[in-house]
Design a protein around this ligand. Structure first.
Ligand SMILES: Cc1cc2nc3c(=O)[nH]c(=O)nc-3n(C[C@H](O)[C@H](O)[C@H](O)COP(=O)(O)O)c2cc1C
Length: 365
């Protein structure tokens, strides 16, 4: 008998039982303090969204040098860790599950954000574009190339962050290897020009991610570790000369690890000018992975149900719809309309456009 998977039925993710297959995608909202402390507002925000099967937190800095954006939270200081425990407690008290997204910005930062230091990267390749600092928008600068010893330290920072997350009862961790940040900068050849064991061949460029997974798995079970990739991503001035080979080989390698899941982002800004990029990420890369897959990127109820029904994935994550609809599961299930999204409040810092979106949820979700 073939069991039909439904968006609204419970499902196992590793050893974590989720109450449905609707996942809240990781989203930076810049509501932490200057020191990267999660705030009371954040407790409320995540708590409001705990009817999702799984919440994946916003990107969380693994170290002071990993910070890319103002007012983003970290999980490296005792005070930060304590504040995160209030968030995991609140979500768990509502019967929700929560993974933390572990993040290092690499070159997508600025000295004024990281206490005067030069951002680090696999190679000194300056990104096109600007970043918001406390003195307004500033051009990115040329990053400093990491030496081998520093790379090993960063791997330990990811492990320590995962350990801290385990201490405050996160249900698991997601390694942010997408969207042009440090780990992605190692993966693709536009940003990785190294000639040592962390650059050159596909195997070498994937080494940092593989070593981070390995190191974290010494401390927390591998089936509580997820990985996020954006194989057709161009955000943050990214690109690879042969992404199909790179990401297919990487996924083949990840198949051997028994992770909680692979989280794939669709090609949201697909351009014909980049014919090497895969247009339908879920369709092309999804079948290559033999574990749980979360697909993301401009999905709605119909396309999400279709992706699950046609076996392209087991879970769907929603980003922007979760910003404006704390009760998204209820609204999807009962075909209710969605609140209007206020984009100007994405990173605005206050409660407005953050914890004030109305909920129509009844208790029968
Ligand atoms: C305000 C905002 C912040 C985001 N921050 C993150 C982040 O911290 N980590 C991450 O992996 N993706 C981040 N993303 C990307 C989302 O997780 C998601 O991939 C994107 O919104 C597409 O999904 P959607 O079409 O359902 O919104 C962010 C997106 C938005 C809109």
């Amino acid at each position: 008998m073939v069991l039909k998977k439904s968006l609204f039925e419970e499902a196992l993710l590793g050893d974590t039982l989720l109450k449905n297959r609707v996942v809240m995608a990781p989203m930076t909202r810049s509501r932490a303090t200057e020191d990267g402390l999660p705030t009371d507002m954040m407790v409320e925000y995540y708590s409001q969204r705990s009817t999702s099967g799984l919440i994946i937190t916003e990107a969380v800095n693994v170290s002071p040098m990993g910070v890319g954006y103002l007012n983003t939270p970290g999980i490296y200081s005792t005070a930060q860790i304590e504040q995160w425990s209030r968030i995991t407690d609140a979500v768990h008290a509502n019967g929700g599950k929560i993974f933390i997204q572990l993040f290092h910005a690499g070159r997508i930062s600025h000295p004024s954000i990281i206490k005067g230091n030069t951002p680090v990267a696999p190679s000194p390749v300056r990104p096109e574009g600007k970043v918001l600092t406390s003195d307004g928008m500033k051009e990115f600068i040329t990053p400093r190339k990491l030496n081998i010893e520093e790379i090993h330290e960063i791997i330990l920072e990811f492990k320590n962050a995962a350990l801290n997350a385990k201490m405050v009862n996160f249900d698991g961790v997601e390694i942010h290897a997408a969207n042009g940040y440090l780990i992605d900068q190692f993966l693709v050849d536009k940003t990785n020009k190294r000639t040592d064991e962390y650059g050159g061949s596909v195997e070498n460029r994937c080494r940092l991610l593989n070593e981070i997974i390995e190191e974290i798995s010494l401390e927390i079970p591998i089936h509580k570790i997820g990985v996020r990739l954006s194989p057709s991503g161009v955000f943050n001035d990214m690109g690879d000369s042969n992404p199909k080979i790179l990401f297919s080989s990487l996924i083949e390698e990840l198949n051997r690890k028994n992770l909680a899941y692979l989280h794939l982002i669709e090609a949201m800004t697909y351009s014909n000018k980049q014919p090497q990029l895969v247009k339908n990420v879920g369709e092309f890369y999804g079948p290559l992975y033999r574990g749980n897959r979360i697909l993301n990127g401009e999905y709605n109820k119909e396309s999400a149900m279709d992706a699950i029904r046609t076996n392209r994935c087991e879970f769907i994550s929603f980003g922007r719809d979760y910003i404006s609809n704390p009760d998204l599961v209820y609204r999807l299930k009962h075909n209710e309309g969605l609140n209007e999204l206020r984009m100007d409040k994405f990173y605005a810092g206050g409660e407005e456009g953050y914890v004030d979106y109305p909920s129509i949820e009844k208790l029968d979700v």
